[in-house]
Design a binder for this molecule. Structure first.
Ligand code: NCD
Length: 471
């Protein structure tokens, strides 16, 4: 990994001011390269990236992400190397991701990668000495789609803070949703979830929203009272201000909320419907059939609360979004796809340092101290890149230390929490349970285990047992 290079794995690798910075530059591109009747459609060509090459390394299907990245680079005057079919690269011969990117870095200045394994972009970034941008990694995240989503919201609604955003569909597997909710929380929007049955926001994501992004799930009983009060006093931003803790008040429907419920509770306040398709290719065997999937069409949008709502969709759509909305001014998903070009132009320009970010982040601002040990805990997410057969041979288990007392870890690749129940002492080969620990774990001497069985398997003994044997 090259010091100072900017990799974008998660939307949280960019802070709010950097996102604003990207949008400002995208505004410049829109102002100088679009027609007033289609202000989201970039035309023509500039020259600031004439010295640079962008490689798109796509191991999964894509239309918008790959084409808009390539279009963005070409419009900037740069060149593109594209691999959209993994069967035509050495991946088909079993080449590892680490080797592939260490070869491509010789040919290109920035790599955009899409991969079915979660955390693949972070893994690639560790081995490449050029910036790596995540174009979607399994169900984990899709940060550049979120930049397009936020930019569209800003264009349509001017400000993101205080917007009531209804997120509909497959919130479990949809990577665009995962990046989006973090960003919405960070910019102060309210999130209302409307998942299809069994496809709720992963616990991992909602826990982070609450723990790291100041979201508060609103008890159902309070929802209507607070919203009514807020809409009388001021626009919906008042909900934000009126929160008892003075913190952002995000509505997080953790259970399945049926349509009638949502309509009853949000009488006039839905500003955005973010629709997503069922991610069938990611369904595990236990979820092959979906019983009821919310469909957003003219009928769905008849309520007064949707009068000024904008309908977004990362696309592609299957049957969850009515075609009649294409002619409805509320449907802005093709503009959203169009904004992909100026937004990605701005991101490329920033990441390549042609117009550097004003702030000076190091590579992974979201990651602090790292825990890494061959014997200890492993990422519990079987879709993580560290469990991918081709990558497992060289990729270490690495975790970010989120908290020291009680100890809590998160995989640095797929960002899944790693449970730790037992702490071992490397020298003494003994272990204790984390519950019995009174002080912070000393990471330099400790090995962390999922449970006693794992510690014993690695040759560690419960401390009391060792003492008893000695006596
Ligand atoms: C999304 C993706 O690939 O995650 N598409 C996109 O990049 N615009 C959404 C999807 O496939 O459903």
């Amino acid at each position: 990994m090259t010091a100072g290079k900017r990799d974008i794995n998660s939307i949280n690798d960019l802070d709010n001011s950097e996102i604003e910075d990207i949008f400002k530059l995208a505004d410049e591109y829109c102002a100088s390269m679009t027609n007033p009747d289609r202000p989201y459609q970039i035309r023509g060509r500039r020259s600031e990236a004439a010295e640079f090459i962008l490689a798109t390394l796509f191991y999964e299907p894509s239309t918008r992400t790959r084409f808009s990245f390539e279009s963005a680079m070409i419009r900037l005057g740069g060149n593109v190397l594209a691999s959209s079919d993994p069967t035509t690269t050495s991946a088909a011969k079993g080449e590892s991701l680490a080797d592939t990117v260490r070869v491509i870095e010789n040919y290109a200045d920035v790599i955009v990668i899409r991969h079915p394994s979660e955390g693949a972009a972070r893994a690639a970034a560790e081995y490449a000495n050029v910036p790596v941008i995540n174009g979607g990694d399994g169900s984990h995240e899709h940060p550049t789609q979120t930049l397009c989503d936020l930019y569209t919201l800003r264009k349509e609604h001017k400000e993101i803070k205080g917007l009531n955003v209804l997120i509909i569909g497959d919130l479990k597997n949809g990577r665009t949703v995962h990046s989006l909710v973090y960003a919405l929380a960070r910019f102060g929007a309210n999130i209302i979830t409307m998942p299809a049955d069994g496809l709720e926001l992963p616990l991992e994501v909602s826990k982070r929203l609450e723990g790291e992004f100041d979201c508060r799930p609103m008890p159902e009983s309070q929802v209507s009272t607070i919203l009514e009060g807020a809409s009388r006093a001021a626009p919906i931003g008042a909900v934000y201000v009126a929160s008892p803790a003075g913190q952002q008040f995000t509505l997080l429907g953790r259970d399945h909320w049926n349509l009638d419920d949502v309509h009853r509770k949000f009488k006039k306040n839905i500003d955005v419907c973010y629709v997503t398709r069922p991610q069938r290719e990611r369904f595990q065997d236990d979820h092959k059939t979906i019983t009821a999937y919310p469909i957003v069409d003219k009928k769905f949008l008849t309520g007064d609360q949707y009068r000024d709502a904008k309908v977004l969709h990362p696309l592609p759509r299957v049957s969850e979004l009515g075609y009649e909305l294409d002619r409805d001014p509320r449907g802005v998903y093709f503009k959203q796809a169009g904004y992909g070009v100026p937004v990605r132009m701005a991101l490329i320009t920033k990441v390549l340092g042609i117009r550097p970010f004003r702030s000076s982040h190091t590579s992974h601002p979201a990651i602090g101290e790292i825990y890494q040990h061959a014997d200890g805990v492993i990422c519990p997410n079987n879709k993580c890149i560290t469990h991918n057969a081709a990558e497992q041979r060289y990729l270490p288990q690495k975790a970010a230390i989120i908290n020291r007392q009680p100890i809590s870890l998160r995989c640095i690749y797929c960002e899944t929490s790693i449970p730790v129940a037992v702490v071992g002492n490397k020298k003494a080969k003994t272990f204790v349970s984390t519950d019995s620990l009174k002080q912070e774990v000393d990471i330099t001497t400790a090995v962390l285990f999922r449970d006693e069985a794992q510690a014993q398997q690695a040759g560690y003994q419960l401390i009391q047992e060792k003492q008893r044997k000695r006596a």
